[in-house]
Write a protein that binds this ligand. Structure first.
Ligand code: HEC
Ligand code: HEC
Ligand code: HEC
Ligand code: HEC
Length: 105
């Protein structure tokens, strides 16, 4: 048993807390399948469940600066949304707009 624990240790040392919000109970491989080093998955992975940028834009249509429909285009979700740490609202890097709380964080 001891050797099993030692072999598994590096993987656990790298592992951050489980994702926050609605993804807390998903299997790690839902987002990290096929990755040699775990990092943010491509937006294709997110869109398997979240459908499309068009669908997301409708959910945030009330925003004057709609994060899902702007001159930035269809950038990676992870430019703003983090799963294991606080998200970063990238539009604020250039625009003087109010910060906002991200759901589930
Ligand atoms: C296996 C399906 C699945 C995958 C893959 C997935 N999500 Fe979700 N996500 C959900 C569900 C279900 C909810 C809760 C209902 C909703 O808001 O659509 C949710 C909610 C969210 C929310 C709202 C905040 C919250 O925690 O409720 C955000 C933001 C989000 N997802 C972003 C992402 C991003 C970015 C990715 C890719 C890194 C991703 N999701 C991958 C299923 C998924
Ligand atoms: C809903 C998708 C999703 C799920 C499920 C998920 N991750 Fe992640 N993971 C991400 C994203 C996005 C990043 C990029 C950094 C961030 O968002 O915090 C990441 C980054 C990481 C990293 C790189 C270190 C870091 O913090 O940047 C590790 C290690 C990791 N995840 C491990 C895990 C483990 C272990 C699980 C299962 C307990 C898991 N992930 C579940 C989306 C996910
Ligand atoms: C790298 C800097 C930069 C980033 C990041 C950025 N913008 Fe912009 N944005 C601009 C510039 C420059 C203009 C045009 C200059 C102007 O007239 O204000 C502009 C104009 C706009 C406008 C037209 C109204 C206005 O205030 O000028 C909207 C709406 C907008 N951006 C939304 C967004 C959204 C939503 C995001 C995040 C997804 C975003 N921007 C991220 C630089 C940026
Ligand atoms: C430019 C930053 C940015 C990008 C890129 C981005 N989002 Fe968002 N997203 C936001 C903000 C801001 C909100 C509103 C805050 C909140 O509801 O948590 C939001 C809200 C959401 C919600 C919750 C919608 C609701 O009201 O139920 C989901 C789900 C979501 N985003 C998924 C995604 C997915 C999937 C991608 C990639 C295809 C993506 N987002 C790309 C900034 C972004």
């Amino acid at each position: 048993m001891a050797s099993v624990c030692i072999a598994a240790a590096p993987a656990f040392a790298q592992a951050p807390a489980a994702p926050h919000g609605s993804h807390a109970k998903l299997a790690c491989t839902t987002c990290h399948a096929g990755q040699k080093t775990m990092t943010a998955p491509d937006q294709k992975v997110c869109l398997q469940c979240h459908v499309s940028y068009e669908a997301l834009a409708k959910k945030t249509a009330g925003d004057k600066y709609n994060p899902h429909d702007s001159h930035m285009g269809r950038i990676q979700c992870s430019a703003c949304h983090s799963m294991h740490q606080k998200s970063h609202y990238v539009c604020r890097d250039c625009h003087a707009i109010a910060d906002r709380k991200f759901k589930g964080e």
